[in-house]
Design a protein around this ligand. Structure first.
Ligand code: GDP
Ligand code: MG
Length: 278
């Protein structure tokens, strides 16, 4: 199959609908270290799909996690008040050290759909069932359908065991919930001069290939589910090559999410088949 062009992707996402499932949208949950580019990725997707610079998710620029509240980001289609059938959850960054960053248990609660929008993350303790932002009866729409591990290329080699342990715990929980997983390697421009000079070099760069292999081993995601991306950060106008990388990653998330929604729908259907009384 020939590689898809930007317009092919835009048509694909524009036409995409979830059918044969009970979910209204695919929920994509991004997690990873602070400053990895999670919020920037959401903005880059929106910028790419809307064809103009946007900044819905607040981007940070210091060592403290800028995202402290649980929030669902929707992306508006051209026609007002319609949205793409996929949403993103951007959560507080993982950090090392006791009582810093999001609690891994909160990520598990988010995956199962127990967190409501507006929850203020507390690094000291996970959300309790008494919290007004705790959702005690999540529907299929509230659950995570795709989990995305976001890791910055410039920090991968120096990520401590403590980080990797937290990432592993999240990954194993997702595996138990059977949630499909993808990883994105951000900031490829920072770590590789060849890519910085021309983003098209991304698939030729031995350095990026090595980083992707390292990420695959570190976070336990197969190589074909790892996507290198560069987010918008200082650009003043849009860039098609950057966007192709963003759209390639997004397509994989949507494809996996769609499969999982179908799977959940099928298993819910099996459970709810009424018992026939003879
Ligand atoms: N050079 C470069 N900078 C990036 C990229 N993605 C994000 N950034 C910058 O990294 C910083 C942290 O990004 P942010 O999205 O807030 O990270 P988050 O904490 O994971 O949500 C910001 O200053 C961004 O502009 C990227 O792909 N390349
Ligand atoms: Mg953020």
């Amino acid at each position: 199959m020939p590689p898809m062009k930007k317009d092919d992707y835009l048509k694909y996402f524009g036409d995409f609908q979830l059918d044969e499932t009970d979910a209204q949208h695919i929920r994509i949950l991004l997690y990873g270290p602070i400053n990895a580019g999670k919020s920037s990725f959401i903005n880059a997707v929106e910028t790419t799909l809307r064809g103009r610079m946007t900044a819905q998710a607040l981007v940070g620029n210091d060592e403290f996690s800028f995202t402290t509240k649980y929030r669902t980001h929707k992306i508006c289609k051209e026609k007002p008040r319609t949205f793409y059938p996929f949403v993103f959850n951007d959560i507080m960054g993982l950090e090392t050290g006791q009582n810093r960053g999001v609690c891994v248990d909160d990520i598990k609660l988010a995956m199962k759909g127990h967190l409501k929008d507006g929850l203020e993350f507390n690094p000291q303790s996970p959300c309790k069932s008494t919290n007004p932002h705790y959702n005690s009866s999540p529907t299929l729409n509230d659950r995570t359908h795709v989990l995305v591990c976001v890791v910055p290329a410039d920090k991968l080699s120096v990520m401590s065991d403590e980080y990797l342990k937290k990432i592993k715990e999240v990954r194993l929980a997702a595996r138990d919930f059977e949630i499909p997983q993808v990883a994105i390697l951000t900031k490829i421009d920072v770590s590789c001069p060849e890519v910085k000079a021309d983003i098209k070099n991304v698939y030729r760069s031995k350095y990026v290939k090595k980083l992707m292999e390292k990420l695959s081993v570190s976070v336990g995601v197969p190589l074909n589910c790892i996507f290198p991306v560069k987010n918008y950060h200082s650009e003043l106008c849009t860039d098609e090559e950057m966007e192709k990388l963003i759209l390639t990653a997004l397509k994989q998330m949507i494809d996996f999410g769609e499969d999982f929604c179908e799977q959940l729908h099928t298993s819910a259907g099996v459970q709810s088949v009424p018992q026939t009384v003879s």
